[in-house]
Write a protein that binds this ligand. Structure first.
Ligand code: ES4
Ligand code: ZN
Length: 327
């Protein structure tokens, strides 16, 4: 397919990817064997068949259970290095990746192990793949703001290794405003701010992410279309939305990919980007998302695809020194 070949080769940025969500079943079993940890599934195929989610929470339950095999710096390095090779093969020149510090520290895994492993993989990606990577720790919104503030404090020794902060996990009943102080503290450290909003949650949570957290990008944001005033605001402010089409289908945010609002978001003049979210759980990496969308949403032509990929580079927080190399 000529369009797909072109899109694969085109420079692009991945802006919404949870590194723990790149844990493929094969690696989950390999790491469990490395550490002698039992898993609640007998084999890889049974685990894959469990990837049949009803909603965000049913996915998160499995996702947090899977992360239990990540214990040492080497595990985080192996995980991230495997992902960076896939990202490079998909034509990514820039990856801004999320990780969930609390998912690890609350199990007794030192933050130093997480950071050491991720930093080693990031240095190798730059050296061997020419890939530029930024790291964004996310606060878990099902936990307290006090826990988020403690996490930010614990991250301070690695301030210069971080691009920004994010907010993820269960959206329902956890409005962004609960984390206003943690985001203000992150902003005072000069960190960028992004937040998941409008995935399962209402448009009011997107407003809240913008007003209470000063989010510079909205992760997902697809439900903004329910509020015309919000759409107008996002268009005028140029706020990027990091949209994850296969994720939205797997978590039943939309019934079928054919019904996805990606074309409407573009038609509204919004800065939409396409992203993979948790590729090991949702059926694919960035090019798998792009390929599935080219089939399910044929109204997206070359103009629209050019716009989406261009948006991803423009919406990234990459330094100018990286941008020079993309031109
Ligand atoms: C997530 Cl899809 C999604 N939504 C919210 N939090 C998450 N953490 C990992 N994937
Ligand atoms: Zn996400």
């Amino acid at each position: 397919d000529a369009l797909l070949d072109l899109l694969r080769r085109a420079p692009k940025a991945e802006l919404h990817l949870h590194i723990e969500g790149t844990l493929e079943p094969e690696m989950m079993f390999a790491l469990a064997a490395r550490h002698g940890i039992p898993l609640p599934w007998p084999d890889v195929d049974t685990l894959r068949r469990a990837y049949d989610f009803q909603d965000l929470q049913s996915f998160l339950d499995l996702y947090y259970a899977g992360a239990s095999v990540l214990l040492q710096a080497r595990d985080f390095e192996d995980l991230a290095w495997a992902y960076f090779q896939r990202a490079r093969a998909d034509g990514c020149v820039r990856c801004e990746i999320f990780f969930d510090p609390q998912t690890h520290t609350d199990r007794g895994v030192p933050l130093a192990s997480v950071m050491q492993g991720l930093n080693a993989a990031i240095a190798r990606a730059r050296r061997e793949l020419g890939l530029s990577v930024g790291l964004i720790p996310c606060f878990l919104r099902h936990l307290s703001e006090e826990a988020a503030l403690d996490t930010l404090e614990a991250l301070k020794p690695w301030r210069d290794d971080l691009l920004g902060v994010g907010l993820d996990s269960s959206e329902r009943d956890h409005p962004p405003e609960q984390f206003a102080m943690a985001f203000a503290a992150a902003g005072a450290l000069g960190l960028h701010r992004v937040a998941h909003a409008g995935e399962e949650g209402p448009p009011a949570y997107i407003w809240d992410a913008l007003r209470s957290l000063h989010a510079e990008r909205v992760d997902h944001g697809v439900r903004c279309l329910e509020d015309p005033a919000l759409v107008a605001h996002l268009r005028e402010a140029g706020t990027p939305l990091t949209v994850c089409p296969l994720s939205n289908v797997k978590l039943r945010v939309v019934p079928r990919l054919e019904d996805h609002a990606l074309p409407q978001l573009l038609a509204e003049g919004l800065c939409a980007t396409v992203n993979a979210d948790d590729p090991a759980y949702f059926g694919g990496y960035l090019m798998d998302n792009i390929e599935a969308c080219t089939r399910a949403l044929p109204q997206l032509g070359l103009r629209e695809w050019h716009r989406l990929l261009d948006n991803s580079l423009a919406a990234s927080f990459a330094p100018d020194i990286d941008r020079i190399a993309w031109r």
